[in-house]
Design a protein around this ligand. Structure first.
Ligand code: F6R
Length: 374
């Protein structure tokens, strides 16, 4: 019995095939197709957003004093992605994952609320807090209560197509943030970033898709190596949002615990945790997101950190970002993880789309049964 045919430690049935037939059998929600269409999403998402936001006033008057992007999970990650693409922007930029807005938000702040379903309570709470402060939040959603709020208060709305998982809509959900920054005259040349990202992602898709044989497919190879390991993903500079994306895609698509961290901070604490306790660290598999166009100090740290940890962990892989401009570099780093998480789901025998635990929690919080233990 080979490693990939054996029952996993968790009792999951592990299967070896990662071909289109296996995808068709397990992927009932067409997650592979959504991920494969990221280039198209970027193009359509950006075009839609530019059409929806051009000429719209995003603050009541004068220059914006900052930008806040509100969202959770698959709707928030676009905020981090765009945050890596705006160096030189003249005002502060913050992604808020929670119920409350920062104290500094004023009527001059560009607030962008992103919720794929339109029904996420934390994001709706931020919009409810923003309105009395005089903000006019840009709403990015496929419908729900956020779309209704936008209609009621005549707020700028970027409507995205429904029927996908939020995390599979990153192209639709991230590009409107860049378009909003352009509409507010805070960012220039985002169209060039989008154009390069479309090309780079299309090229990567040709290397990572299910039709590509295992030995030539980096995502399939990594997925096999990740079996029954604990993925730990490290990023630095523009690859930090990509590390977060890897982690959450592994969590939601492959239903496995996974963690991420960033350099240089982890060299000042987490690194020490890898020195001992082989029983724990021996199950960890490191994914290092290197940016060849990034800061040499960070790249040096990544290489030395890897060399210290390599003897202690189950395995290690380095992914090199592609492209010249930040958006392509972030998304190319993340894209390998999108496919890897889907292949890992197949190896574990999981349909990647459903997120039962998350839906169950949302239902409980909405008062549909179950009780809290404290
Ligand atoms: C599900 C997913 C989740 C959601 C999150 C917020 O695919 O990615 O992380 O994005 O629960 O929900 P929305 O995006 O509808 O605001």
């Amino acid at each position: 019995m080979s490693a990939v045919d054996a029952p996993g430690a968790e009792g999951r049935a592990l299967r070896g095939e990662l071909d289109p037939a296996r995808v068709a059998a397990l992927d009932t929600g067409s997650e592979f197709e959504a991920v494969a269409r990221l280039s198209e999403q970027l193009e359509a998402g950006y075009t839609r957003a530019v059409a929806a936001l051009t000429g719209k006033r995003l603050v009541p008057s004068g220059r914006p004093d900052g930008v806040v992007v509100c969202g959770m999970g698959g709707s928030a990650i676009g905020g981090d992605v765009i945050g890596a693409c705006i160096s030189g922007m003249p005002v502060p930029y913050q992604v808020v994952r929670g119920y409350e807005l920062p104290a500094w938000v004023s009527e001059a702040t560009v607030v962008i609320a992103v919720s794929y379903s339109g029904n996420t309570e934390e994001t709706l709470s931020c919009v409810a807090r923003a309105l009395p402060r005089g903000c006019r939040p840009v709403c990015v959603t496929s419908g729900g209560r956020l779309a209704a709020l936008a209609a009621r208060h005549d707020l700028p709305l970027v409507a995205v197509p429904g029927g996908l998982q939020p995390r599979a809509s990153i192209g639709f959900l991230s590009t409107p943030i860049g378009a909003a920054l352009e509409a507010a005259d805070l960012l220039h040349g985002f169209d060039e970033q989008v154009a390069e990202a479309i090309e780079v992602i299309a090229e990567l898709r040709g290397e990572l898709a299910p039709e590509v044989a295992d030995d030539d497919n980096e995502a399939k190879t990594i997925a096999r190596r990740l079996l029954n390991c604990l993925p730990i993903v490290y990023g630095a500079g523009v690859t930090v949002p990509a590390a977060r994306r890897w982690k959450s895609q592994l969590n939601e698509n492959a239903e496995t615990p996974a963690f991420f961290n960033e350099l240089p901070e982890l060299d000042h604490n987490e690194l020490a945790g890898w020195a001992t306790n082989p029983g724990v660290v021996g199950r960890a598999f490191l994914v290092l997101l290197d940016d060849p166009a990034g800061d040499e100090r960070l790249r040096r740290r990544l290489a030395f950190t890897a060399s210290i940890m390599q003897p202690r962990v189950a395995g290690l892989v380095r992914i090199a970002a592609r492209g010249v401009l930040p958006l392509a570099r972030v998304l190319s780093s993340a894209y390998v993880g999108d496919f890897t998480s889907l292949y890992l789901a197949l190896l574990y025998g999981i349909d990647p789309a459903p997120v039962v635990a998350i839906e169950d929690l949302k239902a409980r919080l909405a008062g549909e049964g179950g009780s809290a233990p404290f």
